[in-house]
Ligand binder design. Sequence first.
Ligand code: SAH
Length: 269
Amino acid sequence: MIPSSPPSLPFPEFEPGWVWLAGAGPGDPGLLTLHAWHALRHADVIVYDALVGPDILGMAREGCRLEFAGKRGGKPSPKQPDISNRLVQLARDGLRVLRLKGGDPFVFGRGGEEALTLVEHHIPFRVIPGITAGIGGLAYAGIPVTHRDTNHAVTFMTGHSASGLVPDTIDWAAVARGSQVIVLYMALKHLRTIAGNFISAGRPADQAVAIVTNATLPNQHVLETTLERCADDVAANGIEPPALVVVGDVVLLRPALDWIGAMSHRAGD
Ligand code: SAH
């Protein structure tokens, strides 16, 4: 018989006073790892970000406390040191603390910063990687991040620095020339500047771009566009975060590989 719940692997014991820093994947609860699932079932408190959806939080053990630590309704988000210190405090209270973040905690997720605070305060911790949106989210849009005929390299970038501006530590021209496929997180706000930077650095204006919103969720939306048109198309279509922007010829594989689109056509046959 096929078991209806995850197998009883020799899961590590979630001990009181520990913080587990886990990724929840891009959205679809089926993309949680078994370690993340085990953590949800054993945590005393979950400190979660805005990108962790209700279906995933609904898997938490009964009686587990849920603490929100993201941006809500235009209100400023809690300051990063406040979140890190909160984790320290909860662990010192002797709780099993699950810090749950969208995607992977170490990919544009500030997981490293929080882990460093735990180290500083001698709080024991475990890291549970997750499927990052820039890979798993694009897979749900039918876009492989590498493909032998198109690219042998891929660059993951953020379009937003800690100051909220276009990151100025990036050599845009070097990335434009050197990376065949570029996957951008948090890039909607400054998309016009970013696309302009790539074109100025020699990237073809008609290069394919896809913008994937709410990737892996039922309301996933994919816009296929080009570098020169993408900012206008985002505005014209009212595209809102969370969104990934992917630049490069892998986008051209989507018409063949859009397996979600194929499923819905089949359902409509
Ligand atoms: N740690 C996360 C990234 C956090 S930064 C990870 O590894 O995926 C937040 C950004 O991630 C969003 O602004 C968006 O660019 C991207 N993102 C996360 N989830 C997404 C989703 N379901 N659909 C589209 N973009 C997503």
